[in-house]
Design a protein around this ligand. Structure first.
Ligand code: ZN
Ligand code: CA
Ligand code: ZN
Length: 192
């Protein structure tokens, strides 16, 4: 989950939150993802490209790989959609502002595990347009989908729980990198 303002976040809404994160995770390294619905704020191409960019930020520093699934009726490990109000889980969205999205930890990789729901009552933008930067939000929510918790003590990390505005050169912090490498291993060059 990511919040727009300080003081509005609680992370306990995640029903898949394991008691002890690393011991309960199935950390598959080769994951599939699917974009199940889009937002009218951005073109489909911009949404798909931004999600791909966000995936790369995590896969560039770890042994993760992501493959997009577009086949109708086939679910992926990470299912991504834009939602508004009640949408079939216990986390109705809250209108403009406050919570921007929620995601589910990978847990047992069943049901909603790994899925990301973006609040379509927000205005999303890319490249510094008006609204919430969708790249930052996608990288942040992906972090949760992959098993990372919030980093309250690292304001520069992507996993800091509060949106701090558009950052032109968004990068993972060392805290983000350490977290993902702890779960999925460091990126290693392989020679074939
Ligand atoms: Zn969050
Ligand atoms: Ca909201
Ligand atoms: Zn939801």
């Amino acid at each position: 989950m990511a919040s727009s303002k300080l003081g509005t976040s609680s992370h306990s809404e995640n029903e898949n939150m394991p008691g002890s994160l690393t011991s309960c995770l199935i950390t598959l390294q080769d994951l599939t993802y699917k974009i199940q619905s889009f937002s009218s704020d951005l073109s489909r191409e911009d949404i798909a490209n931004t999600i791909e960019k966000a995936l790369h930020m995590w896969s560039n520093v770890s042994q993760l790989t992501f493959t997009r699934v577009t086949t109708p009726g086939v679910k992926a490990d990470l299912n991504i959609k834009f939602v508004s109000g009640f949408h079939g889980d216990n986390h109705p969205t809250d209108g403009p502002g406050k919570q921007l999205a929620h995601s589910f930890y990978p847990s047992n990789n069943r049901g909603l595990a790994g899925d990301m729901h973006f609040d379509d009552d927000e205005t999303f933008s890319i490249n510094g347009g008006r609204g919430v930067d969708f790249l930052w939000l996608a990288v942040h929510e992906l972090g949760h989908s992959l098993g990372l918790e919030h980093s309250y003590n690292h304001p520069n990390s992507v996993m800091f729980p509060y949106y701090k505005g558009y950052r032109p050169k968004l990068r993972l912090s060392s805290d983000d990198r350490n977290g993902i490498q702890h779960l999925y291993g460091k990126f290693a060059y392989t020679v074939t």
